[in-house]
Ligand binder design. Structure first.
Ligand code: GRF
Length: 206
């Protein structure tokens, strides 16, 4: 991996894809030194597929129900990742727990964004859980993915206040707006870290 090499990235998403689009736009603007080689989508009806087509990103749809096991599904996904020489995986609203097959192949190379200040409010309803809990602030967390649910090492966080009149909708739109800044920034920082580690490794003589 040389300094000028744009890291090859795959984005996994299941739904709307606003983070997917923010990342692709950040790459186009030169803010993230990556090449988005593939969108991996697990739902054939997801809006993110339309975004990929509009933005010119190749996409595959893999339906886990079509496979006999999670392992078989992830092996199929892995083949596509290897075919595209993917080095880093970004989960952007991918609504599945990553299994051992992908984790073993991409250890510390899978990033996720979660809509709360982890370790608070992990799981599917991070925004709603913070609101219902009466929290006065919440935010977003970018972290590495391990075998737990939203438990891996934290790479970046940003807080926002929860105001008296906030509803689930208002809080969701505030969270999404900051996600679109925080995620590309954190991806670029992590890419720089990986490149630095790789350069050190390549130049070691002992
Ligand atoms: C985001 O809120 C993200 O934090 C969570 O899933 C949501 C995806 O939104 N993991 P979008 O599909 O990127 O619009």
């Amino acid at each position: 991996m040389s300094k000028s090499h744009a890291m090859k990235v795959a984005i996994f998403a299941s739904g709307n894809g606003s983070n997917f689009e923010a990342i692709v736009e950040s790459v186009k603007a030169g803010k993230v030194e990556a090449e988005i080689v593939l969108l991996v989508c697990d739902r054939p009806d997801a809006c993110v597929l339309d975004r990929a087509q509009r933005l010119g990103v190749s996409a595959i749809t893999c339906h886990p129900q079509d496979f006999e096991s999670k392992k078989a599904y992830e092996k199929e996904v892995l083949e596509h990742l290897y075919a595209g020489s993917v080095e880093l995986i970004i989960l952007a609203g991918y609504m599945r727990i990553v299994g051992q097959t992908l984790l073993a192949a991409y250890t510390n190379k899978i990033m996720n964004i979660h809509p709360s200040l982890l370790p608070l409010y992990p799981g599917r309803h991070g925004i709603q859980d913070a609101l219902e809990d009466g929290a006065t602030e919440t935010g977003v967390t970018v972290h590495l993915v391990d075998e737990g649910i939203d438990t891996g090492p934290i790479l970046a966080q940003r807080k926002i206040p929860i105001e008296a009149g906030d509803t689930l909708e208002s809080l969701e739109s505030k969270i999404h707006a900051i996600e679109h800044d925080v995620f590309p920034e954190a991806i670029q920082m992590y890419i720089e870290k990986l490149k630095k580690e790789n350069t050190q490794y390549e130049t070691r003589t002992d």
